[in-house]
Design a protein around this ligand. Structure first.
Ligand SMILES: [Ca+2]
Length: 731
């Protein structure tokens, strides 16, 4: 057995690549005039990371990847990526893409998502109504399983675990147009939202519809807040009631708006069309009455598995309560009861500690939540996401709202009793004798200050987290990469690839930059808004001017989130959805909880000095809560009834009747997509000749059978240093 030692070439050719350094403008692509002439509706990028593979395994996987893509009629070009990775450029020929779009439309009709049959037959080729529709079909071609007519590429999972990401390319010109357009308008119309849908699909567009409507409706609590601040007493009952009404009406309005938009965007009920997640494990296949094959996993098993979430949430809640409670107690002790040396600085130590610790704790708990959700074995990506985001939301709520709860319901009412004890206890541990004459007075403004601090710092820190941090991170990474490519060269252990063709250099630079960006998760943005809504619903009587800060923040937030997607993230695959999903339930839960906490806050703080009816006593608190909850429930039922009278619902009934008749269309479709899976030699040749004459020269480079593979293998070898024994070719 002999070890294979790569030989270092005697002379390193000058032209060996340093992948050219990046500039900021590359992401936007506006410095590249050619970017305006590239079509973005038919291209997809797949990143293949072979750093953990040896040459033979890497070439095997690359060959499987290219074969699978080509078998559904997709064209490929391979270029070098950063470090040990390749970029596989996927392009769908017009007939393949157009036919897939048509199939997808027929399927929508079949499942009752659209009302009109799109016409045509199984060979029809249509152009998508917008970029998102084309890209969605391309996304299906790449990711759907082979049985469904796709190439079955599932990034990060199964045999594709070395594919860290697959994404469509940002359309710099359209992105820029959208930004300019939105920055000129104060309010958005449905047409403006259509533009977002046309670019990134309805799932993302629903978020922007939500934040916009929520932002607009905040105008009401803003006005009410100013009036309450000017004319009403502190902790006003009237203001709490107004906010509770506003929350309820807004939510009921939003539910109707979701239906409206989903009909407008032809996505109503699209959830049932979703395909299995690749991770989904079914127990058996069942053929239903209509002849469809269903992958069956017993519902009771999933429910049993979901029960595991109960101990998880209980334990995390206890854990977080202990952590936050300890910090809270320490802080209170230092601020109110400690007057030794350095007290001014010590005051901030616990809060800083918490701020540093919480992200780690949350991160860890979120990982656990993801594992639990995986174990629950959800059939579709949607269900999985829902389940996971709900868990994460509960965790986030605890760490966001708990400190305020502690102040409102522990510190202020009981502080005068327990803080002197706590002080004595802590001092006794420290071995210092406590001063027996110490008298402690609760700071009644602490709650208000805390709510203001939390909401303001919350907005600021999330802005930093969303925009500044990713910006710094990508720039630091770019700098490091440039530094390394220029410095590690001589050491022998280099990774280098043959230089970019100057014609393509700019385009490639842009794609590489996008390949290094993070995947966009719309749920993070939604959860940010839901948490904000929660502050309002739960603690509004504490400080009536909170909505004004939110109102201003959200105007910027909407635009900043668009910038964030265009610059800091890969373009999201245009997935469809008919709303913001389970978040509506979270908003409802917060509103309900708000009716309780607002009542309790008003009772404890607002009625402090009133002696009539026993309102300032503890025993009457449950009565207040009970009464307010029932008034709330009654009111909500009324609003629902009134608003539902406006919207109506007969659509579902008709669907099942139409199904059988439509069945034959599906059969025809599936037969033809199976056929498409195997291109014969003549067809391949024909396509090749079409591709040879393509206008965009980029896509004609590797048109010959196996050319993409050879190019890719060359790059793998070069970067693994295994072709040093072959003479380097001069270019
Ligand atoms: Ca955001």
């Amino acid at each position: 057995m002999s070890l294979r030692i790569p030989q270092v070439p005697e002379k390193i050719p000058e032209k060996i690549l340093e992948i050219s350094p990046l500039r900021r403008a590359d992401t936007l692509g506006l410095d590249d005039p050619s970017s305006a002439y590239i079509a973005y509706n038919d291209k997809y990028i797949i990143v293949f990371d072979f750093s953990s593979l040896d040459v033979s395994e890497a070439s095997k996987q690359l060959s499987a990847l290219l074969n699978d893509l080509e078998s559904v009629g997709l064209q490929t070009e391979v270029r070098a990526g950063y470090d040990e990775s390749l970029l596989v450029f996927v392009q769908a020929p017009r007939e393949v893409l157009g036919n897939t779009v048509h199939h997808s439309r027929v399927k929508d009709w079949l499942y009752g998502i659209t009302k009109k049959h799109p016409g045509g037959n199984s060979n029809s080729i249509v152009a998508g109504a917008n970029e998102a529709e084309d890209l969605q079909s391309l996304y299906h071609l790449v990711t759907w399983s082979k049985e469904l007519g796709g190439a079955g590429i599932t990034p990060g999972f199964g045999k594709w675990e070395n594919i860290p990401s697959a994404f469509p390319l940002h359309n710099p010109v359209r992105n820029q147009k959208l930004l300019v357009h939105l920055s000129k308008k104060f309010f958005l119309t449905s047409d403006d939202l259509d533009q977002i849908r046309d670019l990134w699909g309805s799932k993302v567009a629903f978020y922007f519809a939500f934040i916009h409507d929520y932002f607009l409706s905040l105008a009401f609590p803003c006005v009410a807040g100013v009036l309450a601040w000017a004319f009403l007493p502190k902790y006003s009952l009237a203001f709490a009631v107004v906010i509770c009404i506003w929350c309820t009406v807004f939510l009921e309005y939003w539910k109707i708006r979701e239906v409206d938009l989903s009909i407008r965007w032809n996505v109503r009920g699209v959830g049932k069309l979703k395909v299995n997640r690749p991770q989904y494990q079914y127990e058996k296949e069942v053929v239903d009455d209509a002849g469809r094959v269903q992958h069956y996993f017993p519902r009771w098993k999933r429910i049993v598995r979901q029960l595991a979430v109960v101990p998880f949430l209980v334990l995390s809640t206890i854990f977080l309560t202990i952590v936050i409670g300890t910090v809270f107690a320490l802080e209170t002790f230092i601020v109110e009861g400690y007057d030794g040396p350095y007290d001014y600085y010590l005051e901030y130590v616990p809060t800083v500690m918490l701020a540093l610790l919480l992200p780690f704790i949350n991160n860890w708990l979120e990982k656990l939540a993801a594992q639990l959700t995986e174990y629950e074995n959800h059939r579709t990506e949607d269900y999985y996401e829902m389940s996971l985001t709900q868990k994460i939301f509960v965790l986030q709520s605890i760490s966001n709202y708990l400190p305020i709860f502690l102040t409102a319901f522990v510190y202020v009412p009981f502080g005068e009793t327990f803080i002197p004890h706590l002080r004595t206890y802590i001092l006794s541990i420290a071995g210092v004798a406590a001063d027996p004459n110490f008298v402690f007075h609760v700071d009644p403004n602490k709650l208000r200050n805390e709510v203001i601090t939390f909401t303001v710092t919350g907005q600021v820190s999330s802005a930093i987290e969303e925009l500044a941090l990713p910006y710094l991170k990508t720039n630091a990474r770019d700098w490091w990469r440039t530094y390394r490519t220029s410095h590690t060269f001589v050491g022998g252990q280099t990774r280098f690839v043959k230089g970019d063709d100057p014609v393509e250099a700019r385009f490639l630079r842009r794609v590489r930059r996008q390949a290094a960006l993070a995947h966009y998760d719309v749920h993070e943005d939604i959860s940010e808004m839901v948490l904000q809504f929660g502050y309002l619903a739960l603690f509004s009587p504490v400080w009536p001017l909170i909505p004004i800060g939110f109102f201003i923040n959200n105007w910027f937030e909407l635009r900043a989130d668009i910038i964030k997607i265009t610059i800091e993230h890969q373009r999201p695959a245009p997935v469809r959805n008919d709303g913001i999903g389970p978040w509506v339930a979270s908003l409802e839960a917060l509103t309900w909880l708000g009716s309780l906490t607002s009542a309790a806050i008003v009772h404890l703080f607002g009625f402090r000095n009133s002696t009539s009816y026993g309102l300032n006593t503890w025993w009457s608190l449950p009565i207040t809560i009970f009464a307010s909850e029932h008034i709330f429930l009654g009111f909500r039922a009324g609003v629902r009834w009134a608003l539902h009278a406006i919207g109506s619902e007969h659509i579902r009934k008709e669907r099942s009747e139409r199904y059988a008749e439509r069945k034959k269309h599906l059969d025809e479709l599936e037969a033809s997509s199976a056929k498409r899976g195997h291109l014969d030699v003549v067809e391949r040749e024909r396509r090749k000749s079409v591709r040879m004459t393509a206008a965009d020269v980029f896509w004609t480079r590797q048109v010959e059978e196996g050319a993409s593979m050879r190019a890719g293998l060359g790059m793998i070898r070069a970067s693994k240093g295994s072709d040093f024994d072959e003479p380097m070719k001069e270019e």
